[in-house]
Design a protein around this ligand. Structure first.
Ligand SMILES: [Zn+2]
Ligand SMILES: [Zn+2]
Length: 154
């Protein structure tokens, strides 16, 4: 596993993935759809270029839905335990969004950006200094320059 930046797996362990380089960005989404989808308070959204993501065992079952803005949204789950391993969004072509909770090691995660805080759970306190957005942000204003350059090269 040393060649990978990180690996992730579903609850039953049958379906596994790897990410080869440091992700472009990580944020937390507090929208009500993500709360439903993850069955908890927010979705840890990790964004990686498609070519830096690979399945290392098993195959996902792919379910597609349409978001409020009309974009096609893909949910990719283990066919056995139905854990969502990653998502795709037609508005972010070439990007895979592994679900942070499925990482085998989450110790490196340090998300500092929160989106859709308008529907954040009221009992959840955001750390001082974190950036919060009512809804989504403009990538050019929030992502580091290096990530924007990698995104432009996709
Ligand atoms: Zn599974
Ligand atoms: Zn969301």
């Amino acid at each position: 596993m040393k060649d990978y930046f990180c690996t992730g797996s579903c609850e039953c362990g049958q379906t596994r993935y790897a990410v080869t380089h440091e992700p472009l960005f990580t944020h937390l989404c507090h929208c009500t759809r993500c709360q439903k989808r993850t069955a908890t308070a927010f979705y840890i959204t990790i964004m990686v270029p498609e070519k830096e993501f690979m399945m290392i065992s098993g195959e996902t079952q792919n379910i597609f839905s349409t978001l409020d803005n009309g974009a096609q949204f893909g949910s990719h789950a283990c066919p056995e335990c139905h854990n969502y391993l990653y998502h795709t969004n037609m508005n972010y072509k070439g990007i895979i969004m592994p679900t942070g909770g499925t990482l085998d090691d989450t110790s490196w995660l340090d998300p500092k950006v929160h989106i859709y805080v308008k529907s954040k759970q009221p009992w959840l306190e955001i750390s001082a200094g974190d950036r919060t957005f009512h809804e989504m942000y403009d990538l050019a204003e929030v992502w580091p320059k290096e990530s924007l350059e990698r995104l432009a090269a996709i």
